[in-house]
Design a protein around this ligand. Structure first.
Ligand code: NDP
Length: 453
């Protein structure tokens, strides 16, 4: 993080609450990465203090602000200008400093639209279902109308809100027939077809991971593509239900990413490349998933330390070697003997790819050779915080003495082999890891404590 001086541009977030926001991760990474002298700070702002906060921020030369729940509507009263799209959506999440006051924008809608483009999803002529009629749903309805969805079933627990929004957008787009407001419980009345379904309710947000707006699995047979605006948990129950019914499913993390990127572009009048956007996405993904990935040489304690960590801190424990053995129906030794090392390495990559799609809040213990492939090292970085458990040669030799189950050590000179392998692998492990922990001569409890500090 760069140091703050009189020339540092201060940006921030107004919200209540703001403690779990990922926005500082987006904006502060961008400033560091692009060498821009600005810093982004969350400001906890109660509704009663919103006017003072906006006025005070302007007086203090705050360069720009984001607005989140519950201020996205209310803040519109305190702005000197509002972008046409934000006015139409009826909600502002980005304030850009201009002469005399802030101008309001809505980058949520464009953020979601950019997510759809990344996943190659077109709305043109497609039937859509939207679950929810709160603040976020407004941006979704506007986007679906603007980009040509053929019909929009708008379902909400409180039907009046769905009626209100459908009337508003029907008038705005001079189109009375495209939005069909319904109560959430009336989902069985939706005609059989394959829909793009947007999940815009707050149901299923962590810690309520097991909840979903519509429980009935039959509903998900309507799903061609499901997009949950929620991104924490990374894989929501809604997404699982869409996939189980044969549909595709995505979460709202890219929407969050792009609404932030677009705000940053507005504040700094620059354009951010997809390459840099992907770097930010990887950081967000790590934060949201909360996986811990253990790498290191055989015998360094990945399983023991991983299991202790999982049981003490409530993570799921996953061992990539166990997954491979289960999939192949035989031991690692047998796989090496019958199919060869290349086959085993291919399996490691396949398992890792699958884990990057679904693992969250897990401690993942990996095979000693897994990070050696560059493709795997890249996948590990996407999976979570990568921890290299560093062990000395002597300690490996004393721990593994007499263990003939390790295929790579089954030759005449296991000690020479350990020396050769560790010398080769150590720099690769270091490069693949976010953190290195020295495990030689230390207890599991000590190591776990350092890891979680
Ligand atoms: P709002 O509070 O404005 O709306 C909440 C919606 O959820 C309403 O439609 C509400 O229905 C519905 N809802 C809440 N509880 C229940 C329940 N128990 N049963 C049925 N329906 C319920 O929130 P937002 O619109 O701002 O946000 C919605 C979700 O979208 C949030 O989870 C948020 O995290 C996510 N989001 C993601 C963004 C991203 O960048 N990915 C950006 C913005 C939001 P009712 O009207 O009946 O109360």
């Amino acid at each position: 993080m760069m140091s703050i001086d009189g020339r540092t541009r201060v940006l921030g977030l107004l919200g209540d609450p703001v403690c779990h926001t990922l926005s500082p991760d987006i904006h502060n990474y961008l400033s560091d990465r692009l060498g821009i002298n600005s810093i982004y700070v969350p400001f906890h702002t109660k509704p009663v203090g919103l006017y003072d906060a906006v006025k005070g921020a302007y007086e203090m030369h705050i360069g720009g602000l984001n607005c989140t729940v519950p201020h996205k509507n209310e803040v519109m009263k305190y702005l000197t200008d509002i972008d046409e799209g934000a006015r139409a959506i009826g909600s502002v999440n980005t304030l850009v400093r201009t002469d005399g006051g802030y101008k309001g924008y809505n980058t949520d809608m464009m953020g979601l639209y950019r997510e759809l483009m990344v996943y190659d999803i077109s709305l043109k002529g497609k039937p859509v279902i939207i679950l929810g009629a709160g603040g976020a749903a407004k941006a979704v309805i506007y986007m679906c109308m603007k980009y040509g969805a053929s019909v929009i079933y708008l379902l909400n627990r409180t039907k009046e809100k769905a009626l209100e929004l459908s009337a508003y957008y029907a008038k705005l787009f001079h189109d009375d027939n495209r939005i069909i407001p319904m109560s959430l419980s009336a989902y069985e009345d939706i005609p059989r077809d394959k829909y793009i379904i947007f999940q815009a309710t707050s149901i299923g947000l962590a810690p309520d991971n097991d909840r979903v707006a519509i429980e009935d699995e039959a509903f998900y047979e309507l799903c061609d593509i499901g997009i949950d605006l929620i991104y924490n948990p990374f894989e929501t129950r809604f997404m699982k239900s869409c996939r189980a019914a044969g549909g595709k499913a995505y979460n709202g993390l890219r929407m969050l990413l792009y609404q932030g990127i677009i705000a940053y572009e507005l504040w700094h009048d620059i354009s951010i490349s997809e390459e840099v956007a992907d770097e930010v996405y990887d950081i967000l993904m790590k934060r949201v998933r909360g996986n811990i990935v253990l790498i290191g040489f055989m015998g360094c304690g990945k399983t023991t330390i991983g299991q202790k960590l999982a049981s003490d801190y409530g993570y799921e424990f996953i061992d990539t070697d166990d997954l491979i053995e289960k999939r192949c129906g035989c031991s690692i030794n047998e796989i090496f003997a019958t199919k060869g090392e290349a086959y085993f390495r291919e399996m490691e990559t396949e398992i890792l790819r699958e884990l990057t799609l679904k693992a969250s809040h897990a401690v993942i213990s990996t095979g000693g050779g897994l990070p050696l492939r560059q493709e795997n090292a890249d996948l590990l970085q996407r999976l979570g915080r990568v921890v290299f458990l560093d062990i000395t040669e002597n300690e490996v030799i004393s721990r593994l003495r007499g263990d003939l189950t390790r295929p790579l050590l089954s030759g005449d000179d296991p000690e020479g082999r350990v020396h050769e392998l560790i010398s080769y692998r150590k720099p690769i492990y270091s490069a693949a890891a976010d953190v290195t922990i020295d495990v030689s001569g230390r207890s599991v409890v000590e190591i776990v404590a350092e890891l979680m500090n």
